[in-house]
Design a protein around this ligand. Structure first.
Ligand code: AMP
Length: 580
């Protein structure tokens, strides 16, 4: 294996990608290629075999999917590319990503193939002609043995997460499959680590491979207090709000990083809706707009800026006391750049990194690269938020005591004391109450889900802690409830899928059965944590917005909640029935 410098470009166009792909990337809000993309895309486009050392979160899927799509011959109705993945989840995700990236190319047919899925369905799709197959080794071997998968037109093979395949014990199957393929082909191997068995596969089955290991530049890591918060994607927003409430200090600015410009825009909107003075900053802003954001940030008119990595380049604002990595960066270097935006001019800075379960490895990578341990922190509690509110209010009162215009109020308070017969402490408390306004000082504890709101006649509304962001679809909900709790699918009522959670209505007679049967159920790999919906959930329901445009791994969701056919309102019909 040779290591060679590869041409790297800062733009997708510079990597040689064609117009339809560039258009999709723009729509997805990807601004610049990640390091692994910079290194592998030109090599793969040139037809080279490649060993890419990269893990989840680095943008590796696009790194192999984009060149593979560009090299596809759509006039040829045959399997031209095969992507091998260790798990069915990954197969589905990668297939969805490939499908998303292919959107402007015409009708590219992508088929995920994995055990557990109906083989008949797969056969029918294969017979109809498929360009790209994404699958797990076992099921692919079945198809090859049955002669239902033809490799004769195969041009490109990708081994995704090769080290995971090794760990699960799939390497032999992978070798068997590689043995069935035409010799003349391009092979790309992606792996987070390169143990010797994986290297052996590379030596044996790759031809003169270029190695795209992302060499890190050495950087000085700023001295910033760093913490990680471990949250699921679904809980990020709640975690962020708690964090802002429990730690934000007046006069300090916060810089929040999200991965794409669409995520930046979405998060900005959600925080605005919660009353924060927020600005979004991404690569689409022109210089004047960018400067206007910076001016308002410096002047304290804006407390939070949400940015992509590109947009935040060179940002140097002393007020930034805190950096929140809402989405983990694609590589450790970006992390160092990000946290370097705080602690400017020798001030103390703090950085928080949100880490979802799949991103633990990237966290370790960052720690290795920075040679610093990132402290695992606990999410602030509601009690912390309450304590913080009290402390801030006390500060405001103490500051007011320093002012010299208090004399003016003293006679007035004397009158109030005389008329009410109350003592000064009580009067001060009343004044404080007035001054503080409506934000409660004591944050109510999440109420126990006592009252069960009845959704409609005889139906009970349940809350499930997974939504669009986790890829939940109506079929997942119906499937889970029908299979686990034995409720007839027909009986299940309206299903409203929001970004982070889902409401589903079930007939009251099944309610207890569903709750007890589903205590440990997972939906899309997330604990469903099903419980009765409370009035509070319903009130907190965000405005609906389509999710998924920026997530090739997510569903291509529409904006409307799903309502089963038999529950849809009938249009007014016939005799004398008119709408008022
Ligand atoms: P992966 O490492 O392939 O699992 O990708 C991780 C996430 O990064 C996915 O949600 C991708 O949509 C996203 N992504 C991939 N490439 C880029 C890019 N160049 N800019 C922004 N996001 C990206």
């Amino acid at each position: 294996m040779e290591i060679e410098p590869t041409p790297a470009s800062e733009t997708f166009a510079g990597l040689g990608l064609n117009a339809p792909l560039l258009q999709v990337l723009d729509q997805l809000g990807y601004e610049t290629p990640t390091p692994i993309q910079q290194h592998t895309i030109p090599l793969l486009l040139a037809g080279r075999d490649v060993i890419g050392q990269a893990q989840t979160g680095t943008g590796k899927t696009a790194a192999f999917a984009l060149p593979l799509l560009q090299r596809l011959d759509l006039t040829l109705n045959a399997v031209q590319a095969l992507i091998l993945t260790p798990t069915r989840e990954l197969a589905i995700q990668v297939a969805e990503a490939v499908h998303t990236y292919s959107k402007q190319l015409g009708r590219v047919k992508v088929l995920p193939v994995y055990g557990g899925d109906s083989i008949q369905k797969q056969l029918a799709r294969l017979r109809g002609g498929v360009h790209i197959v994404v699958g797990t080794p076992g099921r692919l071997m079945d198809h090859v043995r049955r002669d239902t998968l033809d490799f004769s037109a195969l041009k490109t093979v990708v081994l995704d997460e090769a080290d995971e395949m090794l760990r699960i014990g799939f390497l032999e199957d992978v070798e068997w499959l590689l043995g069935q393929m035409p010799q003349q082909r391009q092979t790309a191997l992606f792996s987070a680590t390169l143990p010797k068995e994986v290297r052996r596969i590379a030596d044996r089955y790759l031809t003169n491979p270029a190695s795209a290991e992302v060499a890190h530049k050495t950087l000085t890591v700023p001295t910033v207090e760093q913490r990680s918060l471990h949250v699921s994607e679904a809980h990020k927003l709640e975690a962020l709000t708690l964090l802002l409430e429990a730690e934000g200090a007046p006069g300090e600015a916060i810089l929040i990083f999200a991965r794409t410009k669409l995520r930046v825009a979405e998060l900005a909107e959600r925080l605005q809706a919660r009353g924060y003075a927020v600005e979004a900053m991404h690569g689409d802003l022109n210089q004047a707009q960018r400067e206007s954001v910076l001016r308002r940030l410096r002047a304290g008119q804006v407390e939070i800026v949400i940015a992509t990595d590109v947009a935040a380049r060179g940002l140097d604002v002393e007020r930034i006391a805190r950096v929140v990595n809402y989405d983990i960066p694609g590589d450790p270097e970006a992390y160092v750049h990000r946290i370097g935006r705080t602690a400017r001019a020798g001030r103390a800075g703090q950085a928080v990194l949100f880490v979802t379960p799949r991103e633990e490895r990237m966290l370790r990578e960052i720690e290795r690269y920075t040679r610093q341990k990132i402290t695992r922190a606990k999410l602030p509690t509601r009690a912390d938020v309450a304590a913080r509110r009290l402390a801030l209010f006390k500060e405001r009162l103490l500051a007011a005591l320093e002012r010299d215009d208090l004399e003016f109020y003293l006679p007035l308070l004397g009158e109030v004391a005389a008329e009410s017969g109350r003592d000064m402490a009580e009067i001060a408390a009343a004044a404080a109450r007035l001054a503080h306004g409506d934000q409660p000082l004591v944050v109510p504890v999440e109420p126990a889900p006592e009252a069960v709101p009845v959704a409609e006649d005889g139906m009970v509304r349940l809350f499930i802690a997974a939504g669009r962001v986790s890829g939940v679809r109506p079929a997942d909900i119906v499937g889970a409830i029908a299979n686990e709790a034995g409720v007839p699918g027909k009986a299940i009522g309206a299903i409203d899928i929001y970004d982070d959670f889902t409401f589903v209505d079930v007939p009251a007679e099944y309610y207890a059965q569903v709750l007890s049967a589903m205590t440990t159920t997972t939906i899309r790999n997330q604990p469903a944590r099903i419980r009765p919906a409370t009035e509070r959930d319903v009130r907190a329901t965000p405005a609906r917005r389509p999710y998924g445009a920026d997530q090739p791994h997510g569903p291509r969701a529409g904006g409307k909640p799903y309502v089963p056919k038999n529950k849809r309102p009938k249009p007014p019909s016939g005799k004398g029935r008119r709408r008022p």
